[in-house]
Ligand binder design. Sequence first.
Ligand SMILES: Nc1ncnc2c1ncn2[C@@H]1O[C@H](COP(=O)(O)OP(=O)(O)OP(=O)(O)O)[C@@H](O)[C@H]1O
Ligand SMILES: [Mg+2]
Length: 379
Amino acid sequence: MSIPFVYGRIAETSNFTDRENETEYLIRNFKNLTNTIIISPRRWGKTSLVRKTSEIIAKREQDIIVCHIDIFNCRTEEQFYNAFASAILKASLSTWKKVVEGAKKYLGRFSPNISFSDTSKTYEISFGVDFKDTTLSFDEILDLPQTIANDLKKQVVVCIDEFQNITDYSDALGFQQKLRSHWQLHKKVCYCLYGSKRHMLLNIFTDYSMPFYKFGDILFLEKIKREDWIAFISKRFQATGKKISQDLCGTIADVMKNHPYYTQQLSQQVWLRTEKECTQEIVNTALHDLIAQLSLLFTNIFDSLTPKQINFLYAIVAGETNFSSKDVLKKYDLGTSANIKNLRSATLEKDLIDIVPGNHIVIQDPVFEHWLKGMSKGK
Ligand SMILES: Nc1ncnc2c1ncn2[C@@H]1O[C@H](COP(=O)(O)OP(=O)(O)OP(=O)(O)O)[C@@H](O)[C@H]1O
Ligand SMILES: [Mg+2]
């Protein structure tokens, strides 16, 4: 019997809870050719959601092609163009032979070279021209989705994962201007751009002075709801011949604050420890073991923080909200109230905290939060 609950991989088929509203919303946007930006902290399910949506589209809509590009490993514009061109050709053209022909037809000026890897059964496209040649404009590559849409008489949706990485390129602003000036002219193409660095993405898409200002709808992906987790966890237990009460399903979701990755991970740990019927004790042990398993990682994070940053995190887990008050500053030794801004931005930058509506500060990682609580007690 295969183990239910997955984490660290894209959640698909029976491992994907509905996210019905979000998938329908994306499908609608893709059909209407509305650009969409998806933002959420890490491991909340952006990639899984976009993949799920494109699976549904592939079944339902014959006239829409969805391309996926992950630019996590693209450190330069050149790598971006390579990844962009190959993803679009691969998604649009059905056979290897057609991809080779398409590369020559659409991008002949770049002397495309396509190599096939026998081991991974994938192919990569590279270009014979030097990308540092400033006389080339790369217009054909950026316009490739529209050219293909015209040629095949279809709509093209281009999804780019980890989009914030383009801010690391050497001429980041110039590159954004170039992308925007091409993409805004595309009539049969829309873009779905997403990533986890909220402040970077907000800067790209909501800053008036930036090229991508108001480029599309912004979707702040939320965590999966408690009731959906309860239905999901109990269904997965039932399907594998094990029992769990609704209450305990709720407890799993609660202790993980509905965090998608961790709720799946804890559910799996609980499932593995359950022979026939789950108990509260099993949930407690699984949680305890999970915290212990990750404690080395958390210790390393701690080692990279200043004493005041650590105290700031302790103050958050203790439920403090008024960090500038004299009492809180003194109790947690946070320095002056002017220092709070620095502590906030440093821990935000490290993805340790998140600012949620109402300007509340929360710890991003729920297991880290449990661990921090334990540490603060032992102080
Ligand atoms: N709809 C879903 N149903 C159930 N579990 C989910 C769902 N979406 C995500 N998950 C859980 O969360 C994990 C992370 O999902 P995913 O990789 O899609 O997130 P992400 O936001 O793209 O993360 P990252 O920011 O690291 O790229 C999955 O491995 C799975 O355990
Ligand atoms: Mg992802």
